[in-house]
Design a protein around this ligand. Structure first.
Ligand SMILES: C[S@@+](CC[C@H](N)C(=O)[O-])C[C@H]1O[C@@H](n2cnc3c(N)ncnc32)[C@H](O)[C@@H]1O
Length: 421
């Protein structure tokens, strides 16, 4: 008698895009944790591989991850895998027949795709591989255009394009479940965006950041270095209310010089609100304001579900904050008002990040996440160009606010951290 094989023994295969490799694991883990699901994988798991096996999940969990992931290309219910075709065959024959049966019915239609990573197969070889699966009890009719069920044979030929093996290292076979959201990279491309600036964040990376931040419907998300609002666009796509601040008056008000080639000045409706309108999320636009991140204007009680931001690194835009030349302009003795003179002064990277972490420690809800770009120094990619250029290779950092780490960040200091030499 057949044994029922529920969630515990079903495995799923994720096929991941081979770009932004470092951001894939935190993205998938964050999306699973939105459903309180663990990231449980096989003993042979390799983070750099384009194929990940996941255990202990339901098909609904997988569909939910795929409805948001930008790093994941597609997902499958894994029916078998091996390092050789014989191993794959044995593994497929061991897969519970009752799990396969609903998809192999006589009155159903299906097709089988062959996907190879790091190798291109000619049509004849693909057909051979499909024919070799004839031991599986397919009873339905092949329909290449509009099948009810899609199956896929996936082969992994490693990641070295200069050393492609004759036979694959890993072979998988499974039933296709859902594709990820790679399409968002094209449909939200900044090339087609209404309002852009010199440092507008790439669409794919903006969605990855929103996923890392676990942004969900009805959250309130804040970007303290909002620029043209690319991160607000991505967060509102997932249903969050969004707001932001920036020191640049022209950017906030959508005026001044245009960043587009062949356009001198920004048009009358080039602003962040119009960007959200372009993607149908204007109702989630709270507002944006001119403000200096080093002097936050929020009440102590203001709380955000997530802070998602792309601070300036001083490469493509300057890192400035407001300051005052007290020695030059002295208020009269009897003057009781604010003597602040908003001239600009240097805002060092270490101060930007210390201020950001302090702000997040005070203004994130418990469990809320701060996701930001951190420029890192990578001497291995330094050629004869300036160190500054190597600073421009940023990494995202995810910081989750928990009761434990609220005290990690010291309260706002009046003295600034020492400047790097
Ligand atoms: C890397 S850009 C952000 C780009 C933005 N993510 C977008 O998609 O357009 C950094 C932004 O920080 C702003 N900025 C620089 N110094 C600031 C400060 N002290 N306070 C607030 N914003 C500041 C700049 O005007 C710039 O718009």
């Amino acid at each position: 008698m057949a044994v029922y094989c529920g969630r515990a023994c079903r495995k799923y295969l994720l096929h991941l895009a081979h770009d932004n490799v470092d951001f894939r694991l935190p993205e998938i883990k964050a999306l699973l944790s939105l459903r309180n699901r663990p990231f449980d994988t096989s003993e042979t798991f390799s983070e750099k591989s384009p194929f990940w096996q996941l255990k202990g999940l339901s098909e609904d969990d997988i569909r939910s991850v795929m409805s948001r992931t930008v790093c994941g290309k597609s997902s499958f219910e894994l029916w078998g895998h091996g390092t050789t075709t014989d191993e794959l065959r044995t593994s497929l024959l061991e897969y519970p027949a009752e799990n396969m049966a609903p998809y192999l019915q006589q009155n159903s239609t299906y097709k089988i795709n062959v996907y190879t990573f790091n190798k291109t197969l000619v049509f004849k070889d693909r057909i051979k591989k499909i024919d070799a699966l004839d031991f599986l009890p397919f009873k339905g009719t092949v329909n290449l255009k509009d099948p009810e069920h899609i199956f896929c044979l996936l082969e992994d030929y490693g990641s070295d394009p200069n050393d492609i093996p004759e036979e694959p290292f890993h072979i998988f076979f499974g039933r296709w479940i859902a594709d990820g959201q790679r399409e968002l990279i094209r449909s939200y491309s900044v090339k087609k965006r209404h309002f852009i600036g010199n440092t507008s964040m790439d669409a794919g990376l903006s969605f990855i950041m929103a996923n890392h931040a676990k942004v969900k419907a009805d959250d309130l998300v804040y970007d303290p270095f909002v620029g043209t609002g690319s991160l607000l666009v991505a967060c509102s796509h997932f249903g969050a209310y969004v707001c932001g601040t920036d020191i640049d008056y022209n950017t906030i008000h959508g005026i001044g010089k245009a960043s587009r080639k062949n356009q001198k000045w920004r048009g009358p409706d080039e602003n962040i609100r119009a960007n959200l309108r372009q993607y149908g999320t204007e109702s989630l636009y709270v507002d944006v304001m001119v403000s200096d991140a080093s002097k936050p204007l929020w009440r102590k009680t203001a709380q955000f579900d997530a802070i998602v931001t792309d601070p300036p690194y001083g490469i493509r835009e300057s890192t400035r904050r407001t300051g005052s030349h007290k020695d030059i302009i002295k208020p009269p003795e009897d003057f009781s008002g604010e003597s602040h003179v908003p001239v600009s002064m240097a805002y060092h990277l270490s101060d930007i990040f210390a201020d950001l972490l302090n702000f997040a420690a005070h203004h994130l809800v418990l469990g809320g996440r701060l996701v930001y770009w951190l420029p890192i120094y990578r001497p291995e990619i330094q050629t004869d160009c300036r160190t500054l250029l190597t600073l421009a290779s940023p990494h995202t950092r995810v910081t989750t606010l928990s009761e434990r780490n609220t005290s990690v960040v010291s309260p706002r200091r009046t003295e600034r951290t020492p400047k790097p030499p």
